[in-house]
Design a protein around this ligand. Structure first.
Ligand code: MN
Length: 488
């Protein structure tokens, strides 16, 4: 598609296909965002030499549509790089498109500065920081769609950059998507990153993958046919059946866990059946085991006991009859959407109420997010209310090297110094916040860059006990005061 009108038309067609109930006002808002961002990015080119807006912003908007997001988020996707890369300001966007869209674009621009710098230690706080800065889960979804497209076009970047971005995506973005139950996005991010992040491991895994998948076509086709017939007989309707091959990164993780013993991989090829009800899931499982011999110990009931991120399905592995083992996954359409799109899925919202009583296990923070969705909101913009104030009592600040330090609200420069290292705390003479010199007792705020200035003569005094709030700092100061008294 090279005609610019075609690009816009094809985007609007995508919107209508995914949101058949969309009204004309929302549709024209999307068109306005398209025209506005196109002019803003007019002269800019992407690393591959093609126009930035059409190549990147429209692609991100298409991913947002693919993830079934609402018109507001589609507009925000089209506009997502305007604050960072063009003269457009947040107040321009407020005037043109309203508070909500401006807020989303500003939020995603702020996240642009978060970088993983190869330090495992802070991965968890980086992830929390990400969510904390995002404040609204839609911003995280937008950032993930942006990353998704950047990974698709990694080949055009210089080599060192490729690897840094790829590792960062595997360490930060994929686990974040996983926490949100967005399984589809997890495998997309991991599989796009893997060859660049760990090239040797990728080659080794790919070789094994190719040898295992080789000539599996006939087996899969035959099983697909037989399964359709069996399930039609048993359920009296034809469920939707499709196949999926395990992603390379997910296979790599499994192989490393199993000490690279290929015989312990049972789920490389899976056939999925989407049935109409939970009862049909169990009935289908019975029909399958009647036909194919199950591999002992491979039946997993993730419907009764969902995975921690909310994943639900029945899994079984069966002997295909020609020497292969094939996994079969059975689930309802609602479970399927929830597994693939997680928090972003409409079903997740609709079904939350009915699932409440079933003790559905989830990460506490996903549960909390769902609690926030409880109020009865109109259909496709329910997540506009999804605010993540889960980290309200924490602040996340940077060291000058870009490490993230996680502290309670009210923490001071002195707390920060002790959280980095006791020795740094004990010799803290002062600090800089975003480059400006500040006293040790100054409280710090999220997103600030904090630097400690040490002084070999500085040492804890009674006054220091008033200057900090964390237990780490307080107990350390008390300990040094005791030692000092003994010495004098
Ligand atoms: Mn972008």
């Amino acid at each position: 598609m090279n005609n610019e009108i075609d690009i816009k038309e094809s985007l609007l067609k995508d919107v209508k296909d995914h949101l058949p109930e969309i009204n004309n006002q929302d549709l024209s808002q999307i068109e306005r965002a398209y025209n506005y961002a196109k002019i803003a990015h007019a002269e800019q080119l992407r690393a591959n030499g093609k126009p930035y807006f059409e190549e990147h912003c429209v692609a991100v908007a298409k991913h947002i549509i693919e993830l079934d997001m609402d018109p507001t988020l589609i507009c925000a996707a089209l506009l997502h790089d305007t604050i960072e890369d063009t003269p457009i300001t947040i107040s321009d966007l407020q005037k043109e498109f309203g508070e909500d869209i401006a807020f989303l674009v500003e939020g995603v621009s702020k996240l642009g500065n978060i970088k993983y710098r190869g330090n495992e230690r802070h991965v968890e706080s980086l992830r929390k920081f990400f969510v904390s800065v995002a404040k609204d889960i839609r911003i995280v979804i937008l950032k993930l769609a942006d990353r998704w497209h950047n990974l698709e076009t990694l080949e055009f970047l210089p080599e060192e950059k490729q690897q840094r971005i790829a590792i960062e995506s595997i360490m930060i973005h994929a686990p974040l998507a996983s926490r949100m139950g967005m399984g589809k996005l997890v495998s997309i991010i991991n599989d796009l990153s893997f060859p660049y992040a760990f090239p040797e491991e990728y080659k080794r895994t790919k070789k094994i993958m190719d040898s295992l998948v080789k000539n599996a076509d006939d087996t899969v086709k035959k099983m697909h046919r037989d399964l359709s017939a069996d399930l039609f007989n048993s359920l009296k309707y034809l469920p939707k059946i499709d196949e999926r091959i395990k992603g390379t990164y997910s296979l790599y993780k499994k192989l490393s866990r199993k000490k690279w013993n290929v015989d312990e991989i049972y789920d490389l090829i899976a056939i999925r059946a989407i049935v109409n009800s939970v009862a049909d899931c169990y009935q289908a499982l019975g029909a399958i085991h009647h036909h194919w011999r199950p591999v002992p110990g491979r039946v997993k009931d993730y419907i009764a006991v969902p995975k921690p991120n909310g994943y639900q399905s029945l899994h079984t592995a069966v002997f295909s009859g020609d020497g292969r083992i094939i996994e079969i996954q059975i689930r309802t359409q609602a479970m399927h959407e929830s597994n693939e799109y997680g928090l972003a899925s409409h079903h997740n919202y609709k079904n939350f109420h009915s699932q409440k009583g079933t003790e559905k296990e989830s990460f506490a923070w996903i549960e909390q997010l769902r609690e926030l969705q409880k109020s009865n909101l109109p259909s496709y913009d329910y997540y506009s209310q999804l605010k993540t104030d889960l980290f309200q009592d924490r602040i996340f600040v940077f060291t000058p090297k870009g490490d993230v330090v996680d502290l309670p609200v009210g923490a001071t420069i002195l707390d920060f110094a002790y959280s980095v290292h006791t020795k740094i705390g004990e010799h803290a003479g002062g600090g800089r916040i975003n480059g400006k010199f500040m006293a040790l007792k100054t409280p710090i705020k999220s997103e600030q860059i904090v630097e400690i200035i040490t002084n070999s003569k500085a040492r804890p005094s009674d006054k220091w006990l008033e200057m900090c709030i964390t237990n780490v700092a307080l107990s350390s100061i008390r300990k040094s005061l005791k030692t000092q008294r003994k010495l004098t």
